[in-house]
Design a protein around this ligand. Sequence first.
Ligand code: MN
Length: 245
Amino acid sequence: MRILISNDDGYLAPGINALAEALQPIADIVVVAPDSNRSGASNSLTLDRPLSVQQAANGFYFVNGTPTDCVHVALTGMLPELPDLVVSGINNGPNMGDDTLYSGTVAAATEGYLFGIPAIAFSQGSYGWTHVDAAARVAREIVERYLDALESPYLLNVNIPCLPYEQLGPLTPTRLGRRHQAEPVIRAQDPRGREIFWIGPPGACKDAGEGTDFHAVSSGRVSVTPLQIDLTHKTQLATLAKALA
Ligand code: MN
């Protein structure tokens, strides 16, 4: 099996290193990841300048672009053969509920999915890389299942609690929860006295009930959410058709 690995925290992040180490014994892996932390990049492509691909001493390729750039370049010209699977992460911190729209980790997987390749995004339930080795072991177990039961391509969003492997609950199918709106921007001044703004933290959970990704992870279980990309509000189509008639 050939696996393309990317992330949004950059090619030097502990999470991508743990993921590559865990998958290397079971697959032919190629790592193509951003040269710096591009968390929050969502599905952005770099269109105003060319991209360079360089190889680090450990064999990882790094790109001066976004997670989506990395997977796009890898799939559309850089790799001699297409991978069987695209995996992304392991992200530093959760990508649950509304986070999935902003996440570069999910976006890297999404780019594989859009090219018809099964893809899985992996994130840790909180920040700081605690027990990232346990998360990598879970990632490998999920990849080893290779999920033949799912229609291909599939796009899975996995969030793993930061717990020792032995304390992790089972893989749990979930839906996305919802967050409240994000916290306000943080207003400050730059050294020249000009006003600047830092984007604030995400909002607290609004829908974290039974069945959601938030609920599974807060209960110590591994959340696995199948995603789709069609944003059409299907139940509103008929109402809109009437309104526009
Ligand atoms: Mn990140």
